[in-house]
Design a protein around this ligand. Structure first.
Ligand code: GRF
Length: 212
């Protein structure tokens, strides 16, 4: 059975969804860069070991990332799952875990990398928004895409209501992506795209605001 480590910085709702998803893998630990991350208590309630590597204890990104890697490696994970981990990772860290470092981002990448994705989507008046699970590369929020979920943007949405609609889908697709990884259904092509093996692809169109 494969083993994963989850990195968080805050409330940990994606992490909680993964803990509840009964994935076919061992969740070896939850690690936070913030000792006050509410998600740590949730992990402990599920009996998952936790650790804190505080970025404020280190002079620069390089030394923090090295300490984080040392902490991660003691659990010998097959996959490192970023679930609301709010630190930009150094190229050395990303290279060390290439092909086994996953992130979830609250937009349909490559649109809206970075922060404030929901407010930016609303400002642009897009009618469809969503979330993306991808492998991490040094190119922030632009690694090979594994799975995306799209949601409609509704007329009276605020960043808060839109974020809540997207978050529900985040909780579904992250578990799916990790399941695929753990079952060996994912591989990367030489040109950096994700291939799915033995996966049905029914798909359906989302038209927003719809045809009347
Ligand atoms: C999520 O929206 C995730 O996509 C983004 O940060 C947020 C973390 O939320 N990277 P949570 O801590 O999982 O509740």
């Amino acid at each position: 059975m494969k083993s994963i480590v989850i990195l968080i910085s805050g409330r940990g709702s994606n992490m909680q969804a993964l803990l509840k998803a009964q994935l076919s893998c061992h969740i070896a630990a939850v690690i936070s860069n913030r000792a006050d991350a509410p998600g740590l208590a949730i992990a402990r309630q599920h009996g998952v070991p936790t650790a804190v590597v505080s970025h404020t204890d280190f002079a620069d990104r390089e030394t923090f990332d090295a300490a984080l890697a040392t902490c991660i490696d003691q659990y010998k994970p097959d996959l490192i799952v970023l679930a609301g981990f709010m630190r930009i990772l150094t190229p050395a860290f990303v290279t060390r875990y290439v092909g086994r470092l996953m992130n979830i981002h609250p937009s349909l990448l490559p649109a809206y990398g970075g922060l404030d994705t929901h407010a930016r989507a609303l400002r642009d008046g897009v009618k469809i928004h969503g979330c993306t699970v991808h492998f991490v590369t040094s190119d922030l929020d632009h690694g090979p895409i594994i799975i995306q979920a799209a949601v409609p943007v509704l007329m009276h949405d605020t960043p808060t209501t839109l974020a809540a609609r997207v978050l529900l889908q985040e909780h579904r697709i992250y578990a799916q992506a990790i399941h695929w990884f753990c079952e060996g259904f994912l591989s990367l092509t030489v040109d950096g795209r994700v291939l799915l093996h033995r996966v049905k692809q029914p798909g359906c169109a989302l038209i927003s605001p719809g045809l009347f």
